[in-house]
Design a protein around this ligand. Structure first.
Ligand code: XMP
Length: 321
């Protein structure tokens, strides 16, 4: 089935939410559903629409893959708790790191994450709870890039010819599949989500694994996590579309305390973009760049080099795997 985009100019948010609530209620009936909340605007909007439709028959889970930003699982669970939505944090760190062990190829890493999400974690959750449906916030851009063969987004299943019911034992419902990010942000506002949720920069489903070049181990993710925190602290008020820190695989010679230090490299990216389809590097001031270099090399042990990416998308992509 061809999916048609609903452009933001044609979107009536109240009407769209009402339609989705009705559709979900009629599809799920008296059954149960699981919702995968990551705290990004897409899954946050899906959570609220699903909650409106099903109330307590929706089990909202935050999958702690070990690949999220610092403090993310508890923070998101508490934000949604304030909105009346109970969020269960599922600790799946071991499963994800086990699946990623020894993998260096970007698409293999993405595939490992996809399989762990759908075939292991959700399949188990659906089985345990008896839920027949999993909701997720796949959007129009995810589909476009996956189908075009640019990057396999972690949440694309049916467009790649996989039948989730046969393979994993549940159906997938994707209420936002016709919308791009700005339209989803408009829905978030209408749904009364806190601004912190709809105005935060996009964060990829594969989490920090999309920002670790080479093998994704717990230790290497921790380096990317610390650098990400600094980049977010420093760049959050500049109005950029997205900003991130990438851990490189190659080490370089540096100096620390007057001695040779063969250390790690962090690359900072900061994007101006409307819809993540194309993007340009934000023109950061030298003062900002300087502070990033200082803070990352002093606060993240083992990093001796910090660079800023000056490439547009395309040919770059926003994330690195
Ligand atoms: P790229 O790296 O493809 O990213 O230029 C485009 C936008 O999508 C986000 N991104 C993802 N989002 N699942 C998601 O839900 C994914 O697998 C994924 N990969 C990238 C990225 O952060 C950017 O906003």
């Amino acid at each position: 089935m061809k999916i048609e985009e609903i452009k933001i100019k044609d979107l009536h948010t109240d009407e769209f939410i009402k339609q989705q609530v009705e559709e979900i209620s009629s599809v799920v009936g008296e059954g149960l559903a699981i919702n995968a909340l990551s705290g990004g605007v897409d899954s946050s909007v899906v959570t609220m629409i699903g909650y409106k439709a099903l109330g307590d028959r929706l089990k909202t889970c935050f999958i702690d893959s070990g690949l999220m930003r610092e403090g993310e699982p508890d923070h998101i669970a508490s934000l949604f708790g304030d909105l009346g939505v109970n969020v269960e944090i599922i600790d799946a760190q071991n499963q994800f790191f086990e699946a990623l062990k020894g993998k260096v190829d970007p698409e293999e890493k993405r595939e490992a994450i996809t399989q762990t999400f759908y075939a292991v974690v959700f399949a188990q959750l659906a089985k345990q709870s008896g839920a027949g449906y999993v909701f997720q916030g796949t959007n129009y851009t995810d589909i476009e890039e996956t189908v075009a063969g640019i990057k396999r987004q972690h949440n694309i299943i049916e467009q790649l010819g996989i039948n989730p019911e046969e393979q994993y034992g549940y159906k997938i419902i994707e209420p936002l599949i016709q919308l791009r990010k700005p339209a989803i942000r408009a829905l978030a506002k209408t749904l009364g989500l806190p601004e912190e949720l709809y105005n935060r920069p996009p964060f990829p489903g594969p989490g920090l694994a999309a920002r670790v070049i080479g093998e994704v181990t717990q230790e290497r993710v921790e380096i990317a996590r610390k650098a990400t925190k600094i980049v977010e602290d420093e760049l959050c008020n500049l109005g950029a579309f997205q900003y991130l820190a990438i851990l490189h695989e190659d080490r370089v010679t540096g100096i620390r305390d007057g001695k040779r230090d063969y250390g790690m490299q962090i690359e900072v990216r900061c994007w101006d973009s409307e819809d993540a389809i194309t993007g340009s590097p934000t023109k950061l001031s030298y003062d900002v760049l300087n502070r990033l270099g200082e803070r990352i090399t002093t606060e993240v042990l083992g990093v001796v080099s910090v660079t800023y990416n000056i490439t547009k998308k395309p040919p770059s992509t926003i994330e690195t795997i």
